[in-house]
Design a binder for this molecule. Structure first.
Ligand code: XUL
Ligand code: CO
Length: 438
């Protein structure tokens, strides 16, 4: 196998003052932050589909980048070349994990049996590369949104036959995930939604999605999958309304159908903002429900109403993300760059520079979050803000020992109350800036 990214060597940490575009400025894998190495805080993953597949085609134009890696696209030779390119790329960047959809790995055949045979073949080769490099699989998933048969959904389809094809794809994707030692298995409900209720039986669709997930859990556990299943919430695109709208909706769904013990959330930054939430809101919602599993690390453009899947750049966002992750005790999964270079960034160098940007942005986020936590003023403020619940009537309320009548008498005995303390938002924002930029 010959080198693919010929003029690009191993990417090294050179520090903030480095002007070398092919070096890390902030990501220093071995550096210790809050008692752990950066690479342990930040298990980064490469998304097979964007990095090795997406070549710039959009609704208005064709590919701008060459991701043939010297082979004809749509062939098994190309699938092998993608494996070679992917492992060389990850090795040079120090990325320790990858994520995949079934059909990212091999060209889909007309007959599912042939697709599955190809998956067996390529996963044998991937295993060899994993052993050679020490690179691991973060999660796998089945693409149940591209094939036209899924136009009305997969678990939510109107066709029992299509439902069986979805089941078949999940079964095989689970087999391959387990074979590659994947830590997680993702459900992103790309077509699990609707355009109009005029043609939709919402109850049946939701029940059926849950049935499919239950079968996946039963099968996964039966073949030795001990990792987490994830739902990756997204409110819209490609469907107008998607059932996994946001973390709260997905968590409610999992609890309703008794799936909450096997599933966690895979939170994507761009999906959060599409749902009208901050990334941080989605992380906190997952964490307080014990369901923060993994992250799809990217960012959107707030001026655009769709999923732009940009590499993370906004350091306020990565800082607040890392604050949430540290407070939650870390992830069971990792940080998957579900991100693509902009269409005109079409060279091999751009692929590397995009990952350097994203990894540096998260390293900065980690460093900043650690500083905010060590400074302590933000945590202290929040603690004090709710201090009235630590004693007297407040303590009774939080212990569940108070009745409505008792609280009513208490309020009457007070006559009138002071308004609560100031929220001090501007002071807190100023504190964050002074910590970040001192
Ligand atoms: C789509 C998306 C997917 C999932 C995996 O918006 O994020 O790539 O991450 O199916
Ligand atoms: Co994603």
């Amino acid at each position: 196998m010959s080198e693919i990214f010929k003029n690009i060597g191993e990417i090294k940490y050179e520090g903030a003052s480095s002007k070398n575009p092919l070096a890390f400025k902030f990501y220093d894998a071995e550096k210790t932050v809050l008692g752990k190495k950066m690479k342990e805080h930040l298990p980064f993953a490469m998304a097979w589909w964007h990095n090795l597949g997406a070549a710039g085609t959009d609704m208005f134009g064709r590919d701008t980048a060459d991701k043939s890696f010297g082979k004809e696209k749509g062939t098994m030779e190309h699938a092998y070349a993608k494996v070679d390119a992917g492992f060389e790329f990850m090795k040079k960047l120090g990325i320790e994990y990858f994520c995949f959809h079934d059909v990212d790995l091999v060209p889909e055949a007309e007959d599912i049996k042939e697709t599955n045979r190809r998956l067996d073949e390529i996963s044998d080769y991937i295993l060899v590369k994993m052993k050679e490099t020490g690179i691991k699989c973060l999660w796998g998933t089945a693409n149940m949104f591209s094939n036209p048969r899924f136009m009305n959904g997969a678990g939510s389809t109107n066709s029992a036959e299509v439902f069986c094809f979805a089941a078949a794809q999940i079964k095989k994707a689970l087999d391959i995930t387990v074979k590659l030692g994947g830590k997680g298995y993702v459900f992103w409900g790309g077509r699990e939604g609707y355009e109009t209720l005029l043609n939709t039986d919402m109850k049946l669709e939701l029940d059926n999605i849950a049935r499919l997930m239950k079968m996946a859990v039963t099968y996964g556990r039966s073949i030795g999958f001990t990792g987490d299943f994830y739902i990756e919430p997204k409110p819209k695109e490609p469907m107008k309304h998607q059932y996994d709208f946001d973390a709260a909706t997905a968590i409610g769904f999992l609890r309703q159908y008794g799936l909450d013990k096997d599933f966690k959330m895979n939170i994507e930054a761009n999906h959060a903002t599409l749902a009208g939430h901050t990334f941080r809101h989605e992380l906190r919602t997952s964490a307080i429900n014990g369901m923060l599993g993994s992250i799809d690390a990217n960012q959107g453009d707030l001026l655009l109403g769709w999923d732009t899947d940009e590499f993370p750049w906004d350091v306020y966002e990565t800082t607040m993300c890392m604050y949430e992750v540290i407070k939650a005790g870390g992830l069971t999964g990792g940080f998957n760059f579900d991100a693509k270079t902009r269409r005109p960034s079409n060279t091999y160098e751009d692929m590397f520079e995009a990952f350097i940007l994203g990894m540096d942005a998260f390293a900065l986020g980690l460093i900043n979050a650690a500083k905010i936590i060590e400074d302590g003023r933000i945590d202290e403020f929040v603690k004090n803000k709710y201090a009235s619940f630590n004693e007297g009537i407040g303590k009774k309320i939080t212990k569940g020992e108070a009745s409505l009548e008792e609280l009513s008498s208490y309020a009457e005995s007070l006559g009138k109350t002071e308004i609560p303390c100031s929220g001090k938002q501007e002071r807190l924002q100023s504190i964050v800036n002074s910590i970040l930029f001192n």
